[in-house]
Design a protein around this ligand. Structure first.
Ligand code: MTE
Ligand code: MO
Length: 372
């Protein structure tokens, strides 16, 4: 059993698949803290978790023209200037279960919890690439990452990002060895993972073994044949994966974590909580909440770290207290966020439905009953 050596997990996690392990925190725990505690950070594994020895671990960085290839131990990585940033990581499949309600899709049934936030520490990818002799050149190039997790045929997890993002110090791409002040937990890539702020989770390669600069994107299944968006009319007979770009920056997203769908709440006053985030460093400037299915709206209070312009890598948590109108038997609570490019979320799921169930970011809706 290749999974026999997987780590022990926190019992509060809602498990979507045991082998490979995929799990999300329940909504009420997800927004309890701005920084998600490591044990309940959502986990998305495609393969068994490798058990890597930190003493013999080496990161292989393929050198550029005039440069030389590097074989970096953890100690070598610690010698690069340490950079720390708070970054929200979201899986492309977050909220896929809502797409399934429109029409069947292929993928894990994530609810609203395939998203979490941590303080990451590590070396900047641009510093490591520079040491290996890489510089920005005019030609289009990509930085390919390979994980040390593999299937029985030896296929490893892989993904890539454009070289321009990797070399941009303002993009703050990290080779992270710390998560919330601790060494990375095994499920989250021990000892080293990539963190690409503002970009879909799939590119944050865990258990990083190899970095190279290539003229084309990673040839891995997950770069070429997955994590792409399509029109609702495209099905598995007609899909042409080469026709769509790989997902990189994610669209604006928000969800309600309290109360939960189907819950019965007390009359008087209701507290509504949730999260909001956008890709590409775009800040969340507003979250609108409706108690009447979207007829009328009020702005929620935004909490969390100050967001830097164009570098808003982390989510806002938001909340709102609202009186429950007397005599009301139910509420249709809805939320939608706006980012600083004034991007908004679509109001329904059907027009953004796609066969892989990715990029599910319609208004989030929760129906609650009121105790009489
Ligand atoms: N890296 C490796 N090596 N193997 C994987 O299966 N999954 C990716 C990414 N990096 C994956 C990986 C996907 S799809 C996501 S969403 C994130 O890791 C999840 O990171 P987390 O488990 O730390 O939340
Ligand atoms: Mo993912």
């Amino acid at each position: 059993d290749p999974y026999a050596d997987d780590p022990v997990r926190h019992p509060a996690l809602k498990v979507n698949s045991q082998h490979p392990f995929n799990a999300e925190p329940p909504p009420e725990l997800l927004t309890e803290n701005y920084i998600t505690p490591n044990p309940i950070f959502f986990t998305r594994n495609h393969l068994p978790v490798p058990n890597l020895d930190p003493d013999t671990y080496r990161l292989h960085v393929v050198g550029g023209p005039g440069g030389q290839s590097l074989s970096l131990s953890l100690e070598d990585l610690y010698k690069f200037p340490k950079h720390e940033i708070t970054v929200t990581l979201q899986c492309a499949g977050n909220r896929r279960s809502e797409m399934t309600q429109v029409k069947k899709v292929k993928g894990l049934e994530w609810r609203t919890g395939a998203i979490s936030t941590a303080r990451w520490g590590g070396a900047r990818l641009c510093d490591v690439l520079a040491q290996a002799g890489h510089h920005l050149c005019e030609t289009e190039a990509h930085v390919c990452f390979e994980g040390l997790d593999s299937d029985p045929t030896g296929t490893t997890y892989g993904a890539s990002i454009p070289l321009a993002r990797a070399m941009d110090p303002e993009a703050e791409v990290l080779l992270a060895y710390e998560m919330n002040g601790q060494p990375l937990p095994r499920d989250h890539g021990f000892p080293v993972r990539v963190v690409v702020p503002g970009v879909v989770g799939a590119r944050h390669v865990k258990w990083l073994g190899r970095v190279s600069v290539e003229p084309e994107e990673s040839f891995s299944h997950w770069q070429q044949r997955d994590y792409k968006g399509f029109s609702p009319s495209v099905d598995w007979d007609t899909v042409d994966f080469d026709s769509a770009p790989s997902i990189q920056e994610l669209p604006v997203q928000s969800a309600i974590t309290e109360p939960q769908d189907g819950e019965t709440i007390e009359s008087g006053e209701v507290t509504i909580k949730g999260y909001a985030w956008s890709g590409g460093g775009r800040a969340v400037i507003r979250v609108d909440v409706s108690l009447d299915g979207g007829l009328t709206w009020q702005a929620a209070e935004l909490n969390g770290e100050e967001q830097r312009p164009r570098k808003a890598w982390a989510w806002r948590l938001w909340q709102m207290q609202a009186p429950v109108p007397a005599g009301q038997k139910e509420l249709n609570i809805v939320c939608k966020a706006v980012d600083d490019s004034y991007n908004v979320q679509p109001d329904t799921v059907a027009p953004i439905w796609n066969l892989r169930g990715v990029l599910s970011n319609a208004w989030h809706r929760v129906h609650v009953h009121i105790a009489s």
